[in-house]
Design a binder for this molecule. Structure first.
Ligand code: 13P
Ligand code: SF4
Length: 368
């Protein structure tokens, strides 16, 4: 395995960090009466506009509840892509980050795809600019290009395969069996985890998720000692020192399923704490503990929440439906070029239904 160092700036033109910019754009919580009115108005507009709400587990709990109450979905990035592609609605309101909206548009160019805030991005997407990535691909033409879902449409346009955290292991294994060498981007932690699990020849881009990168192995060790019966569930965008202590490594859906199916009473969860909303609904009797992070200060133990996911609010959903704001457009030929790698992943997962990592099982660690 070789790792390519790639440094990217986290500051905007005014010198503010991109996360500070995102936090400053998070809308204030609505007072209860206004919140209830907004929810009812959104429900009515979803019906009127033949629209579906497609939400990620990390967004505001009110949006998740609204999506489920109106026939939409709350899911991981793989299922969001599938749901958006297969649903007959003419408009999709995607509550998540930009690459999720772009994926929906790439798969369904005839549908209108709206997002509460078009500036909701992802540090992995920011850390993999298309031009540099394309030059990297040009320098390694002997390798299959596998990109994580968390990338721009222009990066996907250069890729042979797109993967999400729930199917990356199976797809890389499949490529390895075919004797392929792999160029992987952008998440270095997920790439290293997949490389170690599969033994594939992988060249890794060097970007990280600013949320998962904050989880800390040492503090997790201490927390585990305080809760000896707890199972540790980790998203694979986390550092190796955290993954090594996991009972389960998986996508957001796989983590959720591991709690629902698990026999333990207590779970330490290393992923964005937005997921806890849905887990609490589906596994109400279980105790959930957020994994420790380095955080924004030495005292911050559990501040794992994505600022770009936090930009999604009821106000933004309402604006999409009322004004048609936040429309995602992916121009040709990028759209059709990017379609190939997403379609390949969806065809693979459909034809290998057992290929998605079983929640509760980590290849090198056994059952939870
Ligand atoms: P999932 O595919 O597991 O939902 O992950 C998406 C993501 O952005 C995690 O940080
Ligand atoms: Fe990107 Fe991390 Fe936010 Fe997921 S949690 S959208 S990987 S920055």
């Amino acid at each position: 395995m070789e790792q390519v160092l790639y440094d990217y700036t986290r500051q905007d033109a005014q010198g503010a960090t991109c996360t500070a910019h995102a936090w400053a754009k998070v809308p204030p919580a609505l007072p209860p009466a206004e919140r209830a009115r907004t929810v009812e108005r959104i429900k009515a507009l979803l019906r009127e506009r033949d629209a579906m709400l497609v939400a990620h587990y990390y967004v505001d709990g009110d949006i998740q509840d609204l999506a489920l109450a109106t026939g939409g979905c709350v899911a991981d990035s793989l299922e969001m892509a599938r749901f958006g592609r297969d649903h007959a609605a003419r408009t999709l309101v995607v509550a998540g980050v930009r690459f999720m909206g772009e994926t929906a548009k790439i798969l369904s160019p005839h549908k209108r795809v709206l997002m509460p805030d078009l500036e909701a991005t992802c540090s992995l997407d920011l850390g993999c600019p298309a031009e540099e990535f394309s030059a990297f691909c040009d320098a390694h033409l002997d390798r299959k290009v596998v990109v994580y879902a968390n990338t721009s449409a222009a990066v996907k346009a250069r890729a042979d395969w797109m993967v999400t955290s729930s199917c990356a292991l199976a797809i890389v294994n499949h490529l390895k069996e075919q004797g392929e060498k792999i160029l992987w981007a952008p998440d270095k932690h997920l790439g290293r985890y997949i490389q170690e699990q599969t033994g594939a020849d992988m060249l890794l881009w060097n970007a990280a998720c600013i949320v998962h990168d904050e989880f800390r192995g040492l503090e997790l060790e201490i927390l585990k000692r305080e809760h000896p019966g707890a199972k540790v569930l980790v998203h694979p965008e986390s550092p190796r020192s955290v993954i090594e202590q996991a009972d389960v490594v998986g996508s957001t859906t796989q983590i959720l399923q591991a709690v629902v199916d698990g026999k333990a009473d207590t779970y330490i969860i290393a992923t964005d704490n937005g997921l806890l909303h849905r887990i609490r609904q589906l596994a109400p009797g279980k105790t959930l503990i957020e994994a420790p992070t380095a955080g924004r200060s030495a005292t911050c133990k559990s501040c794992a929440h994505c600022p770009w996911m936090a930009m999604n609010a009821l106000q933004g959903v309402l604006a999409c439906l009322e004004q048609g704001s936040g429309e995602i457009l992916v121009p040709e030929p990028v759209r059709s070029q990017a379609h190939g790698c997403i379609d390949r992943m969806l065809a693979f997962t459909a034809s290998h239904p057992g290929s998605l990592a079983k929640p509760g099982v980590v290849p090198h660690l056994g059952s939870a």
